[in-house]
Design a protein around this ligand. Structure first.
Ligand code: ATP
Ligand code: MG
Length: 452
């Protein structure tokens, strides 16, 4: 089948593992140290590296990172001591394909190695598209988004569980989909479950399914999402809202990759990649005792943090143009550009609803627009007006400022703009004429005016 390099400092273990793998039609190479293993990797055409975590001299983790650096597409499987979940998690973070706990289950080992070899054959070479500003349907060129694209590309083909953290509308579901469609699993199903939308009592049923007669109303056997997602990706959206009963069951599936339907005792094995998302900081919930720590470790093998749009404003013009083109086409409108005032306002606004809010606003503007250019009148008022005070004051000087002086300067500017007409100036400043006159008196501006 393939060439497997096994690394362990115990000659007896090497012997046993090699015998098993040979029986399974693999060619086996062995090394007692990390240094020797690196040499073998450069001279032989190894398909899978299977290494112990503890090695004398350079550790197994060292070997893992060196091997991944030189041969990014080489699947590496780490063997860790039973119960040392932190090490296993660390190995996955460093790019390990998977891990096995000692004593090794030979059946599981052979399965994993076969799979790694098959998947490796499917992996096409993925060149990072450093200059491109879109990736798998996601737009962005800020360093923050580039980092997200890089991570997706790096981890898509591993089995590592992924936690996506981000505020509402930052693109969590889109990232989950890109992890699926950029991986060898793309031919399998992408199954999404919104955990916060399903009542607690029904969620277990939804995820794991049930046997006929397992409860009143269970007229026939029904498959749960875990079974439906077999060979694909299961996306558990808003994971923080699951009950502790479902948390325990989920932990078991992640550990053993098998489960039982409700009311059944047949063990069902599934091959899935689990991706979860949260708007909240999951670590805080663990700290507060609302979420199981051991489950958190399993879910958080790799974290992808999506920054809010206000922290990557350089992406706003790009996204705005993208949505403008999309909705212009959808609505058969030949809109080509944004008025510069619109772009400025979009950049100043804080976007609490993130990309979803931006998308909705651009869609609305496109519908309202009656020329080939989107003008301020097409944009939601709160975006334009909320932006206005900041426009006057782009930066607060670090030395501080005199608010009275500033108010005086603004009133003076407003008067000049309105040719010293107090009625229109008062309207412009959204105050009564009387209020304006009081201020003008206070700032000794009345003398300048041919008051009318
Ligand atoms: N980088 C991006 N490029 C283009 N469109 C994006 C990007 N990120 C998000 N979107 C779009 O913004 C909208 C919201 O994205 P998505 O549903 O993935 O967000 P979410 O984080 O899951 O939100 P919620 O927490 O509210 O469920 C979608 O229409 C999506 O297509
Ligand atoms: Mg979502």
């Amino acid at each position: 089948m393939g060439i497997v390099l096994v690394v362990d400092d115990e000659p007896n273990i090497l012997k046993v593992l090699s015998a098993r793998l040979k029986k399974h039609d693999h060619d086996v190479l062995t090394s007692l140290t990390a240094e020797e293993a690196m040499q073998r990797l450069t001279t032989e055409n190894v398909d899978v590296l299977l290494s112990d975590y503890m090695l004398p001299g350079k550790s197994g983790m060292h070997l893992l990172s060196e091997a991944k650096e030189k041969f990014p597409n080489l699947p590496v499987i780490m063997m860790t001591a039973y119960g040392s979940i932190e090490m296993a998690v660390e190995a996955m973070k460093q790019g390990a394909y998977d891990y096995l706990t000692k004593p090794v289950d030979y059946g599981e080992m052979c399965l994993l190695i076969d799979r790694a070899i098959q998947e490796r054959a499917l992996v096409r070479s993925k060149e990072p598209k450093a200059s491109s500003s879109s990736f798998a349907g996601m737009i962005g060129k800020s360093p923050e988004m580039r980092q997200v694209f890089d991570t997706v590309m790096r981890v898509a083909d591993t089995r590592a569980t992924i936690l996506i953290e981000g505020e509402s509308g930052t693109g969590k579901e889109l990232v989950a989909k890109s992890l699926h469609f950029e991986s060898f699993r793309k031919k399998g199903p992408f199954v999404a479950v919104n955990c916060s939308a399903i009542p607690e009592t029904l969620l277990e049923n939804e995820l794991f399914g049930h046997e006929k007669g397992s409860y009143t109303g269970a007229h026939r056997r029904e498959k749960g999402k875990f079974e439906l997602a077999d060979t694909g990706t299961l996306f558990l959206d808003e994971i923080t809202s699951i009950s502790s009963a479902v948390q325990s069951k989920l932990l078991r599936v992640l550990q053993e990759r098998s489960f039982e339907r409700i009311g059944g005792n047949e063990e069902i094995k599934v091959d899935i990649r689990v991706v979860t998302s949260t708007q909240k900081n999951l670590e805080d919930l663990v700290g507060a005792g609302h979420f199981r720590e051991d489950l958190y470790y399993r879910l958080n093998v790799i974290k992808i943090k999506l920054p809010p749009l206000r922290e990557r404003k350089s992406d706003i013009p790009l996204l705005a143009r993208h949505f403008m083109r999309k909705y212009s086409k959808e609505n058969n409108k030949g809109i080509k550009s944004f008025d510069p005032e619109v772009t400025k306002a979009l950049l100043r606004y804080d976007w609490p609803g993130n990309i979803r809010e931006l998308e909705n606003d651009i869609e609305r503007a496109v519908v309202m627009c009656s020329s080939d250019r989107i003008v301020p009148e097409n944009i939601r008022r709160s975006i334009i007006s909320r932006a206005a005070p900041e426009a006057l004051l782009p930066d607060v000087p670090s030395a501080g400022l005199n608010l009275r002086e500033l108010e005086k300067a603004i009133i003076l500017k407003a008067l000049e703009k309105n040719r010293w007409n107090q009625t229109t100036t008062a309207q412009f400043l959204k105050m009564t004429r009387k209020q304006l006159r009081t201020k003008m008196k206070h700032y000794e501006l009345l003398g300048h005016v041919d008051s009318k």
